[in-house]
Ligand binder design. Structure first.
Ligand code: F6R
Length: 237
């Protein structure tokens, strides 16, 4: 596992965008796995800038997002679909039908989860997955637990994640944060051909230290990335 520590958030975001842009350049019909959250915003704005400068073409790109809150409509301003539209999709020439975000409002969420995995498989699998990481080591919404479903599934969010998200996105209102999400599973994620994980700030230091220990534990789901042979960590303080 390669790890690069950057001087600051801007440098990390530029490096992440360069990796994604190079991958799109090498394979214009690439299948991307994408995260939401505060960490990838800099990467997305760099990608938008490259597109606007005529240097990056998303016309054949397909994307599969990691996760979505259960119960939020797509146009809710805290839904992950809304986030992706406003951070990236609305500003580049990716085709709407090529952007997949798990549905948090499907009547049958389990069925929607299984169909999501099937769609990834039909598209030939994810070529490059960009991940963030939670303070507790979650990736996607795979929270620390004794066991967890391997593939895309519905999950109860932990107290820490609800608190983190309330602070960052729901104006501090814990009650407004959905208590469940639908997330790609660790097995879904680990099937990607290449993975990059972005971690910014002191709050992520403990989770990165756990990865550094090279011990697999579901207490820190991100340690499972050691099971993959093409993972790069991009870290900044
Ligand atoms: C988002 C996701 C989460 C975030 C993580 C870090 O789609 O799956 O795992 O990557 O919670 O969030 P930020 O970047 O806001 O610290």
């Amino acid at each position: 596992m390669k790890k690069t520590i950057f001087k600051n958030y801007e440098e990390m975001s530029t490096a992440a965008a360069n990796i994604v842009a190079a991958a799109i350049g090498a394979k214009p019909n690439i299948v991307l796995g994408l995260p939401t959250g505060s960490t990838p915003c800099g990467m997305y704005s760099n990608l938008v800038a490259m597109h606007k400068a005529g240097k990056l073409d998303f016309s054949q790109v397909k994307s599969f997002n990691l996760d979505e809150y259960v119960g939020l409509q797509e146009n809710h301003n805290q839904s992950y679909r809304f986030f992706m539209q406003t951070q990236l999709f609305n500003h580049v020439n990716i085709l709407p039908q090529n952007t997949y975000v798990p549905s948090g409002t499907a009547k049958n969420l389990e069925e929607a989860a299984a169909l999501f995995d099937k769609k990834i498989e039909e598209e030939g699998g994810i070529d490059l997955f960009v991940l963030g990481i939670g303070a507790n080591g979650h990736i996607g919404f795979n929270e620390p637990a004794a066991s967890m479903p391997a593939y895309t599934h519905v999950v109860d969010l932990t107290k820490q994640t609800i608190e983190d998200n309330a602070r960052a996105f729901f104006g501090g209102n814990m009650k407004a944060v959905p208590k469940k999400a639908i997330t790609q599973g660790l097995a879904t994620i680990l099937q990607a051909k290449k993975i990059i994980l972005l971690a910014s700030g002191k709050s992520k230091a403990a989770a990165i230290e756990s990865i550094d220990k090279k011990i697999l534990t579901l207490n820190c789901p991100a340690t499972m990335l050691h099971l993959h042979n093409n993972v790069e960590l991009l870290v900044c303080n």
